[in-house]
Write a protein that binds this ligand. Structure first.
Ligand code: ZN
Length: 485
């Protein structure tokens, strides 16, 4: 391979070779220069004209890695733009609250067939971190550009509950929408409750489900009572999904992955309920890629699966059979650190799954800071403790403040050990918004993360790789990004 010629870059610029690419007469490369990150461009193509920046005396341009320039890169270099990934791949969601971990995430998936959904944030996370979907996608896109990743990636507007939120996420570039049906469940259905439906409609629905050979084959049981209950509970969610498709996604005029999430609900999703939702969506012609049921046991944030693994395996297998019947993906949320459940998921779902992890790279950052920035970590811990009760209102966790390690008595060298405790992991997992809410802590945190960027990336890659390995992927396969294009 020819070594690229960097002679056109200003003296002192440190280019990242993996990012270098050409588009019809324009060459671009990401580089560090004068303590700042920048995109350097030269040539006479449309990409060169569309990137905005300062002209260099030796020819070429230095362009800030901002939103407008990200859009320009995406328009000319399709690999840097998010896209819908469809049903026919296993995919992995990697939320990045800090916007610092995209390259580490990609590195962890290299050599596996898993497709990354890099920009994956819920409104709750955006609010806590004062970010927008556009900014989240910017961070991910520059990570993709720098890594030279060519395997495709998605951007997920996670856990959205209203059409307005979906429209806003799509306008800002999301390619996946996770519709959270939890608020809709059990709300009055637009066409009325099951008991209020016209007699023929009820009879037709009943005949439809009772006489469905696929349902019988899947071992599902429907009778009048079950169907009436499923209808009253899930019909409003199906109706919302149909509206989301017709009134928000279709007008966007591009391919979007729609996932229906039922996971943040009080009750476990029955296999019949999963089937009902999928069948009704299909019947109404609503294209969707996946369903996230609430499985048996507990998928709490930042800790391993809580419950019986054999029971989980039976539950997953039955859900996976429903998903296979309709051809959609089984989506597993709160997937961070569920190491004991991963082999079970892989066995049950084959390659028809989407797994979401979100706070896990933030926790890696916390671990790095506990190890390397003890004074700062003590301030973070105190702030987290002070806001624990408040943070708990937004998240389902079982952490008990009474069991938290007392860090006052711990020497600096042992601060990292605090995160061996599930209680402390959950404490730090859910209070991030408060840590970044006030100065000077927020500024000190950002500076420390910048100083520790290399350690952070190493820790994140190692941690996500452990997840990928638990799914059964050794990373010696062909590089996914080299297979495509
Ligand atoms: Zn979820």
């Amino acid at each position: 391979m020819r070594t690229p010629d960097w002679g056109w870059l200003p003296i002192g610029a440190v280019p990242e070779a993996a990012s270098c690419c050409k588009d019809e007469g324009t060459e671009v490369v990401f580089a560090r220069f004068g303590g700042e990150d920048a995109v350097f461009a030269r040539g006479d193509g449309a990409l060169y004209r569309d990137l905005s920046g300062l002209r260099l005396s030796g020819g070429g341009k230095i362009c800030p890695p901002n939103h407008e320039n990200r859009l320009a890169l995406g328009a000319h270099l399709p690999h840097t733009a998010p896209r819908a990934l469809g049903r026919a791949c296993a995919s992995f969601g990697l939320g990045d609250r800090l916007g610092l971990c995209a390259r580490a995430h990609l590195e962890a998936l290299r050599g596996t067939p898993l497709k990354p959904v890099l920009a994956q944030q819920s409104l709750r996370e955006l609010t806590f971190m004062r970010r927008s979907y556009a900014g989240v996608i910017d961070a991910a896109a520059y990570g993709v550009f720098r890594a030279g990743w060519r395997g495709g990636w998605g951007a997920d507007g996670d856990h959205l509950k209203t059409l307005d939120a979906i429209r806003a996420a799509l306008e800002q570039g999301c390619t996946m929408i996770t519709l959270d049906g939890s608020d809709a469940l059990g709300e009055p259905a637009p066409g009325g409750a099951f008991a209020d439906l016209p007699e023929e409609r009820r009879a037709a629905l009943l005949a439809d489900y009772l006489g469905d050979p696929a349902a019988v084959r899947l071992g599902l049981r429907f009778d009048l009572e079950i169907l009436a209950r499923l209808f009253d509970l899930y019909e409003p969610c199906v109706a919302l999904a149909e509206r989301a498709h017709r009134e928000a996604i279709l007008p966007a005029g591009r391919e979007v992955d729609l996932e229906i999430s039922l996971d943040e609900t009080a009750e476990v999703t029955t296999h019949e309920a999963h089937y009902f939702v999928a069948r009704e969506l299909t019947r109404r012609g609503v294209p969707y890629v996946g369903v996230a049921p609430r499985f048996v046991g507990e998928f709490h944030k930042a800790v391993d699966y809580i419950g019986s693994l054999p029971e989980l395996e039976r539950d997953l297998a039955a859900h996976a059979a429903v998903a296979a019947h309709f051809g959609h993906k089984l989506s597993v949320h709160s997937g961070s650190d569920k190491f004991s459940a991963y082999p079970v998921i892989a066995r049950a779902a084959g390659e028809r799954y989407h797994i979401k992890t979100s706070g896990t790279s933030w926790l890696c950052a916390v671990e790095v800071l506990a190890r390397t920035e003890p004074a700062l970590y003590r301030r973070m811990y105190a702030c987290a403790l002070a806001h624990f009760a408040e943070a708990k209102r937004a998240y389902v966790v079982h952490a008990d403040p009474a069991r938290l390690p007392d860090i006052e008595t711990l020497p600096d060298a042992r601060l990292g050990e605090t995160l061996f405790s599930d209680d402390a992991r959950q404490l730090m997992h859910i209070t991030y918004g408060f840590l970044f809410a006030g100065e000077p802590l927020a500024k000190d945190l950002r500076r420390a993360l910048e100083r520790r960027q290399n350690e952070l990336e190493t820790a994140v890659t190692r941690h996500i790789r452990a997840h990928v390995a638990a799914l059964g992927y050794a990373q010696n396969g062909p590089r996914q990004d080299e297979q495509e294009e």
